[in-house]
Design a protein around this ligand. Structure first.
Ligand code: SAM
Length: 234
């Protein structure tokens, strides 16, 4: 269970109404039962239920069961698409170990308002489901140009460019490039020529193909993370 509270030996952890409903109502846990907790910072802890009520409860941390497992530093930046597909991207990126997820508004992005809190809740659920001890932060949506204006050039960009489909453009595997990375996936309409030219001029951006077929953006996000993990991740 994910909690927004420090974890440590003997630490008492309060539960909110929603968590109490889930734990005591849905999962049928009760006083003296053990629960595994994580908060994205202190690893995983076994905690015992001390109080169980309808509106809340209290857990007491007993012992750490796993240290914090930080995945390699990889951001996923993607142009938001339809709601359900955007949710899918956030869920899969969390499962695959993205450290930060950034919705990026490109010229051809055609999506409604991005609800950051909803997407963050999806990331928490995905981390709970896959037994991770880390939850990626979902950032506020940002325009691609603004993002690139303030870019820290020490971070390499894996720019997934559908225009290269079928070309021989893979991810660099040189050991010098085991730096922080960010994957960039475009919207259903792809990147504009102006965006492509800007990205192509950046020394720290590497245009990469994901194969000869044009993938849907959600498929491309999962494929790109897999390619990166295979080449540079652990
Ligand atoms: N409208 C575009 C077209 O028909 O050329 C397709 C855009 S595609 C649905 C969405 C995004 O997925 C692209 O902007 C790109 O980032 C990524 N993508 C899809 N297929 C790819 C491929 N074969 N190689 C690299 N990136 C790909």
């Amino acid at each position: 269970l994910y909690v927004e509270h420090p974890l440590g030996g003997g630490q008492s952890v309060p539960l909110e109404k929603g968590q109490a409903h889930y734990l005591f109502g849905v999962m049928r846990q009760t006083v003296d039962d053990d629960v595994l907790l994580f908060n994205g910072q202190d690893g995983e802890w076994r905690a015992t239920i001390a109080e169980a009520g309808k509106r809340g409860g209290t857990l007491i941390c007993a012992a750490q069961t796993a240290p914090l497992r930080m995945p390699p530093d990889l951001w996923l930046m993607f142009a938001p698409i339809k709601k359900a597909r955007t949710d899918f991207i956030v869920e899969k990126a969390t499962e695959m170990g993205a450290t930060r997820i950034i919705p990026v508004m490109t010229e051809f992005t055609n999506a409604g308002r991005v609800q950051r809190d909803r997407l963050q809740a999806h990331a928490i659920e995905a981390a709970e489901q896959c037994g991770g001890t880390f939850v990626p932060e979902v950032a506020e949506a940002v325009k691609l140009d603004r993002l690139l204006d303030g870019w820290d050039t020490a971070r390499q960009i894996m720019f997934c460019d559908e225009a290269l489909a079928g070309a021989d453009a893979g991810l660099p595997t040189s050991s010098e490039l085991v730096a922080p990375w960010a994957i960039l996936i475009g919207p259903e309409g792809g990147f504009s020529e102006r965006e492509r030219t800007r990205l192509d001029k950046l020394e720290h951006a590497h245009a990469v193909t994901l194969g000869p077929r044009i993938l849907r953006a959600d498929t491309a996000a999962v494929a790109a993370m897999t390619v990166w993990q295979q080449a540079l991740g652990d």
